[in-house]
Design a protein around this ligand. Structure first.
Ligand SMILES: NC(=O)c1ccc[n+]([C@@H]2O[C@H](COP(=O)([O-])OP(=O)(O)OC[C@H]3O[C@@H](n4cnc5c(N)ncnc54)[C@H](O)[C@@H]3O)[C@@H](O)[C@H]2O)c1
Length: 355
């Protein structure tokens, strides 16, 4: 089989850290072109990944139109995701898009419908699905070992918003990012919840901004932060399970703490990610408490999953645009709840009206 020739759009942090190494490991793909509006970033990436100048682009329309690109991977700030993805659809090129897919539910739904109409394959980078511990946790929940879930507590907190001197990058600007940690971190946690088999019914949310000002990127001027850096969400699921989410990037001394606590009818499952170390523990009534390590078959790779999807070899665990749409409905509901101070049914977002 011919290798899929991939063009990367936006060669910033996540592209260099996760996406590009994934394609480099894949036997089925090759990165043939890159695109970035920032000259220095583009030149650095061209050198690092050995991409000839003729296939280094500044305009996403040019990389999408390039004959030596079969599929694109969209790793730009959020406000560009759908615009670029719709252009890929216009050229019939499969795409992988970072999360959150869109700026709101309508934009995301329109993209989904356009891709479906045009029959263009697409995946969403809910990268937590490719972590072996998360896949293993899903396997245990699906097996019924801990039983139907009574309630779930999910925490995702880090101190990345407190890094000294961190500037007013796109993440802190509502017009470019839509939301802060809600879209950035909760989207992964909402997707994990759905990955474990739950669907959202309604949410109530509170959020706020602790670091209110930052220095602008290319000047000494101070600008206003307009996206949330913490949020707390309660969710009722269709199954009757209730879930509590605690999300922050102002967790003073903690680099990265993600904890998923599942309380089921037969026992509990605890997943903890603490500054790079991970553990999973199970405590079920019949066999007691054990620490578990995911077997090798739970290894997965996001970039390979995109290529497999294009090649018709989806394992059923890859997040698709419909997962992006579902997640977006929960993000919009959480935002609406914060604005109105009440519970919001997901139905209000998906039907665009109050129940
Ligand atoms: N899945 C995850 O775990 C995860 C983690 C981090 C970021 N992300 C997502 O990835 C996306 C990018 O985040 P990041 O942290 O890499 O940001 P970043 O700022 O480090 O990189 C974005 C890059 O896009 C470039 N860019 C901006 N406008 C462009 C345009 N019009 N055309 C081409 N390139 C353009 C920028 O110059 C920059 O190099 C965001 O949507 C973010 O939510 C996902």
């Amino acid at each position: 089989m011919e290798k899929i020739r991939v063009g990367i759009i936006g060669v910033g942090g996540i592209a260099r850290m996760i996406h590009i190494p994934g394609y480099q490991k894949s036997q089925d793909s090759i990165i043939t072109a890159i695109c970035d509006t920032d000259d220095e970033t583009l030149a650095k990436a061209a050198k690092l990944y050995n991409i000839p100048e003729k296939r280094c682009f500044k305009d996403y329309r040019d990389i999408i139109a390039c004959d030596e690109v079969d599929a694109v991977d969209i790793c730009t700030p959020n406000y560009l995701h759908c615009r670029i993805a719709n252009e890929a659809i216009a050229h019939g090129k499969p795409f992988s898009v970072e999360k959150p897919v869109g700026m709101d539910y309508k934009e995301t739904l329109d993209l989904y419908e356009n891709a479906k109409r045009s029959n263009v394959p697409a995946v969403v980078c809910f990268s937590w699905r490719y972590r072996p511990y998360v896949r293993y946790m899903k396997n245990i929940v699906d097996s019924g070992e801990i039983g139907d879930l009574y309630h779930v507590y999910i925490r995702c907190i880090k101190n990345s918003g407190l890094i000294p001197g961190r500037k007013l990058e796109w993440r802190f600007d509502k017009d470019l990012a839509a939301t802060g940690v809600l879209g950035d971190l909760s989207s992964h946690m909402f997707d994990i919840t759905r990955f474990l088999g739950e669907e959202f019914k309604s949410v109530v949310a509170d959020m706020g901004i602790l670091v209110k000002e930052r220095q602008r990127i290319n000047s000494d001027e101070i600008g206003e932060v307009t996206t949330d850096d913490w949020c707390n969400i309660l969710a009722k699921m269709e199954s009757g399970t209730n879930i509590t989410y605690q999300i922050s990037r102002c967790a003073t001394t903690i680099d990265d703490w993600i904890q998923v606590e599942l309380y089921g009818k037969n026992g509990i499952l605890l997943y903890k990610y603490w500054n790079g170390d991970q553990t999973i523990e199970i405590d079920v009534k019949k066999s007691g408490r054990q620490t578990l390590v995911p077997p090798p078959e739970f290894q997965a790779e996001q970039s390979q999953a995109f290529i497999d999807h294009i090649n018709g070899k989806n394992d059923g665990l890859t997040a698709l645009l419909e997962d992006g749409v579902k997640c977006q409905s929960v993000l919009d509901a959480a935002l609406k709840s914060h604005e109105t101070g009440r519970w919001v049914d997901i139905f209000e977002i998906t039907q665009q009206g109050e129940k």
